[in-house]
Design a protein around this ligand. Sequence first.
Ligand SMILES: Cc1cc2nc3c(=O)[nH]c(=O)nc-3n(C[C@H](O)[C@H](O)[C@H](O)COP(=O)(O)OP(=O)(O)OC[C@H]3O[C@@H](n4cnc5c(N)ncnc54)[C@H](O)[C@@H]3O)c2cc1C
Length: 350
Amino acid sequence: GQRLDQDDLEEMLGIDWARHLWQLSIDANDLVRARVNEFSIDCDLKDGELTVAHKARHERSLWDYAEHLQRVYNYGDIEVVQRDDVHEQLGSTSYFGGTLDHRAGHLHPLNLARGLARAAESLGVHIFEHSEVSAIEKVASEHIVRTALGEVRCGDVVVACNGYLNGLLPSADRFQMPINNFMVATAPLDAAVAKRINRDDVAVVDTRFVVNYFHLSRDHRLIFGGGENYTPFFPQSIERVVRPRLEAVYPELKGVGIEYEWGGTLSVTMNRMPKFGRADDGIYYAEGYSGHGVAMANLGGALIAEAILGKPERFDQIAQLKQRAFPGGRWLRWPGLIAGMLFYSMLDRI
Ligand SMILES: Cc1cc2nc3c(=O)[nH]c(=O)nc-3n(C[C@H](O)[C@H](O)[C@H](O)COP(=O)(O)OP(=O)(O)OC[C@H]3O[C@@H](n4cnc5c(N)ncnc54)[C@H](O)[C@@H]3O)c2cc1C
């Protein structure tokens, strides 16, 4: 599925467009799996995502939504999970009931990115690291892409900077807002503990506005994500932000060793659907995956390639979504965003 639920998309766009967007989400999932298989990318891809209610009243809406997907989209890969089963699967009573999507899953995203880079190079793509683009200019019929030490002249430019865009393409930047999100990895857990806290080795995500999401690594670490901030700065200690969330879900892991902590910048749009567009004749961009981009950004690249090759139909199914720009320009966006985000994250605690 997309970052927005299908019933919301149906209300916003009508059933036909919503069906196209559903199909794109399936295509995105299939594309990642096909690339992992074709290029033998070693990224620990595993099936299964358990979505769990952190409030009793969310349980019914998760179950109703699963039934909606089964009935309207003929989706047979999702099942309802009762409260007791959630407790059994996670070895924790922190959550209520949920749903299990067998087609969704988890993987090691850095190893996926490295595998994709190797695959692209094997097909003749040149990748230049440490070459920050400082400007894109149009001169006659071509574009000049400038970096500190050199420039590239080309016909088409694809801008895929997501939350790191930082003003490079102002007409795209107005539609996205960077947000920092945080993760930790525990020390390897005993195999028995790992089995007890995630019996079926699935990805888990909860229904909070600022979600908790977690899974096990190949070597039985708990990889736990949760907490975010809305400033250009990262906290000095990410562990201090994430550990309380982890321990609230798994009291038995109180005091567990945390060996790694990291954060990254993602990009959200006003309505949480991605923003695809053309900034100029020959500049394409895709951004604003709103925390849902591992599969969709793979598809975003494929759709831009299709558009460049003269088949823009699937690209336009997303490019034509109405998106509102964030008010307040590049700098004045922050106060409004922070107030809104803090309000919704406060609701998580009520
Ligand atoms: C902590 C965290 C957890 C997440 N968890 C999930 C998850 O569970 N599931 C999910 O689907 N998504 C998740 N996301 C979101 C997901 O990572 C993004 O949606 C996805 O990476 C978007 O891919 P992208 O290629 O568009 O952008 P990115 O992966 O952000 O890549 C952008 C690239 O552009 C480069 N760049 C930026 N500016 C310039 C410039 N001026 N010149 C040259 N290069 C530039 C950057 O160096 C970077 O390599 C998470 C994000 C974070 C930060």
